[in-house]
Write a protein that binds this ligand. Sequence first.
Ligand code: ADP
Ligand code: MG
Length: 638
Amino acid sequence: MTATVHGFQTQVTKLLDLLANSLYSNKEVFLRELVSNASDAIDKLHFMSLTNQDLIKDDPNFKIQIKADKDAKTLTITDNGIGMTLDEANSHLGTIAESGTEDFMKKLTGDAKKDSQLIGQFGVGFYSSFIVADKVTVVSRSVNAKESEGVRWESDGNGTFSSENVAVPFRGTQIILHIKDSETEFLDTWKLRDCITKYSDHISTPVELYEEKYEPVAETKDGEEKKETEKKFEYTQVNNAKAIWTRAPKEITDEEYNEFYKHISRDYQEPLAHIHNKVEGDLEYTSLLYIPKQAPWDLYNREGGEHGLKLYVQRVFIMDKAESFLPNYLRFIKGLVDTNALPLNISRELLQETAVTRKLKKALTKRALGMISTLAKDKEKYSLFYKQFGNVLKEGPVEDYDNKDAILKLLRYASTNADSSALDVSFEDYIARMKEGQDKIYYITAESYEAAKNSPYLEDLKNKGIEVLLMWERVDEWLMGNVSEFEGKEFVCANSQDLKLGKLADEETKKKQENAATENKELVERFKKALGDQVKDVVVSTRLVESPSCVISDSSRMMTMQMRRLIEASGQTMPDEKYTLELNPEHKLVQKAFGQTDDARFNQYAQLIYEQALLADQGALKDPSTFVKAMNALLTED
Ligand code: ADP
Ligand code: MG
């Protein structure tokens, strides 16, 4: 068979150009990628061999071997894992399917300088070989293939690769890197040893390096010891090949934890936090969980996303992305669980149904929440975390009722207490500084921080010195519509008709409220008449201080304007909602309107006062141009 030439997927070509032209500051990571792939290939075969020992009977000892040849200028990484067929090599080594890489590609700006910095943040897998090699040859034989069905794949990284079937006498994959003249340091065994220890120590497969052994020459005849040595090369195991999670946590350094994270997550950045637990007793398991620094591109892609933990049973890798061990709102957590309580041949489907999985899920959820709440003690790190994952966490109190309070404790909001949009007030902070006599948690949801902060609904609460939490993420409105209290304190939205002020509503205000209604009867009637059935009702406000008016909706009604918009955006039509108009009789504009003797003129004022309240509440009007015309007419009147 002669080799067929294929073009790389366009994205691959772009990526390769970028790699070739960028000054890659951390070149040695190619070795991590290749060793990582070899280890994955071995894990896959190990798993298959559990049910079919025959697969590995010719070559039962899994290992990864690394050999440099200074004369040929090649560096070869060999594994006896699952191998690849010709089709697999063509598709796996010619396209980009891996999510991390896709994310990377999406973020490319076209500006070579910026883009090359990005490479440092994402794993680019196999293609990183071209950082140090000007030609890469892959020789492989799939575990399912005969000797004659081996594969030879080759590319110089310039847009095309060639591949063909050749006879391959061994099972597994050999990656031969033809090292660039400028990168020959990667042919030095000391350099390789250095990299391997750094990147592979946690890998449970032995990684062997072909290196020189110095052996003292035997004593000479006359009894004189000669210090001379003889050069001899052989494979020596370099890593300790003990799965990191089986070791005692106190013996593991942060660097080791971080390296292992990079291996399992394909993330190039260090994690924000980790938690490692070995649990004995009824349900034995070991878990090692991490919080990434950055949200993956598919965080909101619940279906096809790269979520879930790695599952090991008795230290044997069973599957990736096992989603059943953590609830959806913790889908950003990376890591693994290793347990003796599941059978080795457990399938993905069965896994979802067993009681052990449910128990593990409960336990791991607690661990993960514990890790997050520990992280919360570090304000700086927590704010990094919260920016990335806060909104996902907000799905939690509804999804996982058992942990509702634990999750609510982790949420942070801006508040009227501070002058910035920084998210740093927790419900616990809020409760701790509530006013005497206050037993409700007040919040407001709006389109933006500014809209929330300046909302007219807050005027009276602000005057009373009552703190209000400011929320402006879409998910907040949904969340607050679905939780009613935290630690016995009811949530009350500042735009509801009844603020349930209880003891905080001073007698004076109460009286004022009662009197206001009778005193302003005529005003109210005039507005009602002018606005007709556009409004549900017109009432006199005691909460407005600076604004002439606001609109309110029934406090029992969950849906506010933001919700409505969400629904309308999804294509459904919503029946028109009627609001109650609240008037501030002390406000100049309202008084000016009331002073109009001409009914038509008064109606214009009434309409304007009503519509500006709608505008302030909803950020938009159905018919803005009529509103603007009416406003201009009144502004220019003599
Ligand atoms: P990733 O490992 O994230 O999938 P890579 O670019 O590192 O991305 O590798 C692409 C694919 O090539 C792998 O998913 C795997 O299918 C295949 N592959 C790479 N190296 C090996 C190997 N040593 N043995 C078998 N398959 C391999
Ligand atoms: Mg890889």
